[in-house]
Every structure is written in structure tokens, then in C-alpha cells.
Design a binder for this molecule. Sequence first.
Ligand code: HEM
Length: 418
Amino acid sequence: MESMNIEIDYTAHEENVTANGGPGDWGGLNPFEPDYRVNPYPQINALRENDPVNLTPVNTWRISRFDDIGHVLRHAKTSQTLSDGSSPGFNPLDERGSFHDFMLNKDGETHARLRQLVVRSLNMKTVKKMENSVEETVKEIMDKAMAEGGLDLIKDMAMVIPSRMVCSIVGIPEEDREMFDLLTAQRTNAFFGRFLPPENQKATAQAGNDMADYFEDLIAKRKKNPGDDLISELLLSAKQDSTLSEYDLISQTIGLVIAGFETTIGLIGNGTRALLENPDQLAILRDDPSKVNATIEEGLRYDTPVHFIWRVLTEPFEVGGKMLPKDAVLWLHLAAGNRDPRRFEDPDTFNILREKNANVSFGGGAHFCLGNQLARMEARHALLEFCERTKGVTVTPDEIIWSPSFFRVMGHYPLNFS
Ligand code: HEM
């Protein structure tokens, strides 16, 4: 997929972050450095040990210990926006198709109301109904891979599953899916759009515009011809609730498509890679497939797809021995917390038999990931089928190409079977 290969310059651009310009330092861990993607864990571990509540040069506080992250999520009074209503991460000039009106950027009752609109489309019952379709997709992918002697785990499997599922939930027809994958990958960068150089901001904004155009059209079609999909359901809700604009619907739909895409690619891709790089663990799973859920939890912990989430303090709050002021922007470093030795024994080891494996990969509090059950179900089928079908086969990975995405996700992971 082309846009996964577009090299994005993530260097935090001074001119874009003047509102945030601060006196801090990166403490050896700058997520805008291209190298951050290859193996960030030595620096993550050093940051967590040396400066667990770290003020960055873009004036955000990085919280990297497991208990401190939990403390903020449970006890701090926070908002998703600054007190002037602007987002600490999105490009303020970004308009159409932006995340400003997505539930993840909202607080309190507005947030709860928007969340409620899509809960039904992602609950256990709905996820269960989608299981057959995921199973069929995975089988089809592995049939082809076995016949061809390998696959690109990302392009041929990890991307296809969430893309098909999210599109079917929302109501995007199959023929538009690949175009949508490109737009989604490009638009994902908008989560931290404020920090991107102008040319990347432009491409990201264009993807937002294209997505908004697309959904305007689709909504018009569903108004005439309702279907069994999220857009049709949202339209019904909008009829009953005059405070819900069509634009709110577009924002939730775009946000949902993006939230469910690269994150899940990260889980399936990083989880499979961890198994291949730890053959003893792969053997355990092959011998006892009932360990698949534990494998997924360990995959989420060991190579966390979403490295950090944000919160803004609405009143001063003490964390890790530092008193942070109102309006402080916190980056909760989930990947760092998930490798905290205070919480996890031998945290840099991938161990699917780990007993205490509850992690923070899906965030927490009111914004706890709504798609966690769907993502886990998709990963379960992908890992099981992959392990089963490649039993007795030598799997040789070629070079990994990291995606420029702000999430931790490979762009390509070619595997050869022999
Ligand atoms: C392994 C895959 C996934 C990971 C690691 C992940 C991670 C996250 C994280 C970290 C958050 C922010 C939580 C917070 O700020 O406390 C989030 C929010 C969200 N996720 Fe996921 N996610 C995944 C898959 C999905 C899927 C498949 C969907 C839906 C199709 C989805 C929908 C959402 C939504 C709607 C929110 C916003 C919830 C709110 O603001 O109330 N996610 N996710």
C-alpha cells in the first residue's frame, strides 16, 4: 500500500509548535526521530528509569511508569482539549474530516453521548457475529500464502482483516476499500498533526477532506436507501436527536475507521513478529492453542501498537513526585508503562505464560478503547490460523520495513515458507 511507504518527516517543527514551545528536553527519547521506530525500547527504558515525569521540548509531560499512568487515568481531572478548546495534538488549521469532533477529543456528557452512538456496533454480540467473516478472510489469506510459499504479513494479512471489518461495520462497499486504506493511513497522522512539517500537514488535511467528501456522498445514499450498517444507524439516531448534526456523524465515522485500522495492523503484525522471533513461545502456542488469548495480551504489552495517549489537566495534579499545573499536556507513554519492571517481571522478555499481564495498551477511563474486543477477535483468528498452517514449515522473515505511521506498525514484513 503506497501511503504506508511515504516517508514522513516527523521532526517536531518549531514553527508549528510555538504555542507549546518549552524548556524541556527529550531525555534521549524523541518520538519524532526516524530511528525511534526501529528499536525504541532501550531509550524508553532509560527514560522511564531516569526521568519518569519528563517535560519535553514541545511542552508536554511524558509519564512513563505503569503506576503513574494508572494514577493519572484514575484520579486526575482531565480534558482532551486545552482550556481554549483547542487540541494539544491536532493541527489547529485542520477543518474538514478532522478529529476535533470525534469522541476521543470530547469530554463529559458530549463524549458519553457520542460514544453511546457507536457502542452497539462494537459490543461483544456484534463482534461475535463478525467472527465467521474474519475466519473466512484469514483462511483465504493463508490458502493463498501456502500456495505461493509466503506472504507479506502486513500487506496481505494484517491490513486486510481490520480494513474489511471496519468497512463492513461502517458500510463502505468492498470496491472502495483499497482507496479508503490509503486515505486512512494518511489521515492517521492527524493525531499529532500539529507537530508535522507543512507539506505533511497539507497531505494529511487533504486526506481529511477526501474522507469527508466520501462520507457526505455515502450518507446521502444511505438516506435514500438505508442498510444494515453504522451509517444508517447513526442517521436514525440523528433523526431522534436534533443536537446531532450530519457533521457529527461524519466525524465519528472517520474517527472510527482510523481508530480501528493501523492499531490492529500493529497488534497482528507485532504479535506475529514477536512469536517468530521467540520460537520457544511459538512452540508453546502451537502445542496449546488455548494460549492464544494470553499471547494477544502479551503481544499488546510487549510491542504496544499505540505508544502514547494524551490528557490535559484541568486542575493541578501531583504525579511521580512532581506537581503539574492546570493545562499541562500529559502524554501517557503506554509502551513505557507496559515494560515497567515495577509491574512486570522481566519485562523485556516476550512470555505468553506470564501470569500478571494486564496492560494499558487500550488506554483507560472514559476513553478506554471501544474496539478492543473486535481487535482481539481479529488477532485471535489471524494468529491461530498462521500458527496452525505454518506448522512444520520454515518461516524466514525478510527485511522489515517500518511504516512512517505515528503508531508502532510495520509497513512490510515479508515472510518466506519452505
Ligand atoms: C489493537 C488494536 C487497538 C488498539 C491498540 C487501540 C488503542 C486505543 C487507544 C490507546 C485509545 C485511546 C484510549 C484513551 O485515550 O484512554 C483508543 C480509543 C478508541 N478506539 Fe481503539 N485501539 C485498537 C483497535 C480499535 C478498533 C478495532 C476500533 C473500532 C473499530 C477502535 C475504536 C476506538 C474508539 C472509537 C476510541 C475512542 C473511544 C473514546 O474516546 O471514548 N479501536 N483505542
